[in-house]
Design a protein around this ligand. Structure first.
Ligand code: UTP
Length: 289
């Protein structure tokens, strides 16, 4: 039986060049969608899926992401004194107990595979989840909860996937599919950013993974792949002989918040999904047209 997944890795050390200058001094994972930063959407999704240990792979000297999840005594005192009970509740909700948080530093942004490798000492010999925070997935229950259920059935490495038009596959990791059953696609291979005419399918990787620790010995080699970066996909491909790989077609809508249009669209979609904001937002958008 597959071992329960209790740890998640958030690689949050990228440069976020597609949304500059917003990310000049601030990691892109702190960009808000409605009233919470992307990283909080991701932590909430992980909590709902039963994760208890949260591993953040951060760039050197960047503390703001961890600050967001620590207790804010001064702010809490002020809110209490002002009897702002609702504000106090939402602030307290963001706090993660210190004992649940781990921090790893990626000294240089050498790629996603390298960022995940930087978390190896905190992951140890356990299976673990990885969430790419800029891939925001709107679904109830959350994408990772659905993956946990599928993982209990198939174990091994499991990656969230979606179909994209063939012309776009060169932006993504792509599965070579052996067979399909329901939401699951058993893969015999995976390639990073193939040319459209060479791609084995149009089923592409989305930023949610459940991985086995065997991947670390492959990532340790530091082999450069597509774009000169150390790719997570290459590490997954290297373990195919010993760890089965499945794609999981998630339910819900994905927003690539690492680019400007995706980020704006996510704000509109999440705003329209909120009972307290829908009407006002519709009116505000209508007034623009
Ligand atoms: P991206 O490729 O989207 O991030 O990586 P990026 O490089 O920051 O963005 P652009 O392309 O310059 O705009 C996906 C996730 O992996 C993290 C990023 O922070 C992001 O959440 N990442 C990427 C790292 O932590 N380290 C890296 O070396 C690369």
């Amino acid at each position: 039986m597959a071992r329960t997944v209790r740890k998640v890795v958030f690689p949050v050390a990228g440069l976020g060049t597609r949304v500059l200058p917003a990310t000049k001094a601030m990691p892109k994972e702190m960009l808000p969608v409605v009233d919470r930063p992307l990283i909080q959407h991701a932590v909430d999704e992980a909590r709902e899926a039963g994760i208890t240990t949260f591993i953040f792979v951060v760039a050197p000297r960047r503390t703001i992401i961890l600050d967001h999840f620590s207790v804010a005594p001064v702010l809490e005192r002020v809110l209490k004194a002002r009897r702002q009970a609702e504000e106090l509740r939402v602030v307290r909700e963001t706090t993660l107990p210190k004992s649940r948080i781990r921090r790893a530093v990626q000294s240089k942004p050498l790629g996603l595979g390298h960022a995940v490798w930087c978390a190896r000492n905190h992951v140890g010999n356990d299976p673990f989840a990885v969430i790419l925070v800029d891939d925001l997935i709107q679904s109830t229950p959350g994408c990772l909860s659905g993956m946990m259920e599928a993982y209990r059935e198939v174990g091994g490495n499991l990656i969230a996937v979606e179909d994209v038009p063939r012309a776009l596959v060169s932006r993504y990791g792509v599965l070579d599919v052996e067979s399909e059953k329901g939401r699951l696609a058993k893969a015999r291979g995976i390639v990073e950013k193939p040319k459209p005419e060479e791609a084995p399918s149009t089923l592409t990787v989305v930023g949610r993974y459940i991985l086995q620790p065997q991947i670390f010995k492959h990532l340790a080699r530091g082999q450069r792949g597509a774009g000169g970066e150390i790719q997570l996909t290459d590490g997954i491909a290297a373990t195919l002989g010993e760890v089965p790989l499945h794609g999981y077609r998630f339910a819900g809508r994905r927003f690539d918040c690492g680019n400007k249009i995706g980020l704006i669209a996510a704000n509109v979609a999440y705003g329209l999904a909120r009972d307290d904001l829908r009407e006002g937002l519709r009116a505000a958008i209508g007034a623009l047209e």
